[in-house]
Design a protein around this ligand. Structure first.
Ligand SMILES: [Zn+2]
Ligand SMILES: [Zn+2]
Length: 239
């Protein structure tokens, strides 16, 4: 059966796969199924921080760092390894202002979490990892917000957009050792008001060292949250 209105719309708004360019009419997502299946899905990661583990590790295992020092957050959900083409998608979003990619990544995150929702409750609120206002001015948008906004909408979870601020514009963390990272991030965030929600998901695009997430989690817990989890699009393997 044909729906003339729908076909008119797909004529007006042709939908192409953002990776291979294939036309995919009638789909509310700019990624075709074959390209989606070939993405570097993270299958076995540390139970706490999603650090990629070898397949010989049992599911639920912890990485070396989390065994030594458990993080202040309780779990994480990272979709991909930070490999091709996810690294390129994220850089197109961040540096080429392709906000449609933020939408796509938010959709993919929401899809994978709605599977989980069937057996386990999701957090009560979502917070996008805040950018310092200087960086926000440079970039014009916060990529974590673009992803979190779509996720919150699709999963019907409140988005706490103004709950916290980043007050330190920290240099890239990779160049620093763990101790320096911690010092660098001390008091990097302030929580604007008491957190009324007990369980919160922090959303970000890439998790590298996880230092910012640890610091923000500590602040949220001080402000009254009880359970923090991280939702991240990609996890790097550099520690
Ligand atoms: Zn494709
Ligand atoms: Zn870990």
């Amino acid at each position: 059966m044909k729906y003339p209105l729908a076909s008119n719309f797909s004529y007006l708004f042709p939908n192409n796969c953002t990776l291979c360019g294939e036309n995919i009419p009638g789909v509310d997502k700019s990624l075709c199924l074959p390209c989606q299946e070939q993405l570097p899905w993270l299958k076995n990661g540390c139970r706490y921080c999603s650090y990629p583990l070898s397949d010989s590790n049992l599911s639920g295992a912890l990485c070396g760092q989390c065994q030594q020092t458990p993080p202040p957050f309780h779990s994480s959900h990272c979709l991909f390894r930070y490999d091709y083409p996810v690294d390129q998608l994220i850089s197109r979003l961040k540096f080429n202002h392709q906000l449609m990619i933020g939408r796509l990544l938010g959709q993919l995150m929401a899809e994978s979490l709605s599977v989980r929702r069937a057996c386990e409750a999701l957090p009560e609120a979502i917070i996008p990892m805040p950018l310092h206002r200087r960086r926000l001015r440079q970039r014009g948008f916060n990529q974590a917000y673009e992803i979190a906004f779509v996720c919150a909408n699709r999963l019907n979870i409140p988005l706490l957009d103004n709950a916290c601020r980043r007050i330190k514009d920290t240099p890239p963390q990779l160049a620093l050792d763990a101790k320096a990272r911690r010092r660098n991030l001390r008091q990097a965030f302030i929580i604007e008001k008491g957190i009324a929600h007990q369980s919160i998901a922090i959303v970000d695009d890439v998790m590298t060292t996880g230092s910012s997430m640890r610091e923000l989690s500590r602040e949220l817990i001080k402000a009254g949250a009880e359970r923090i989890e991280l939702w991240c699009i990609a996890r790097t393997t550099i520690e």
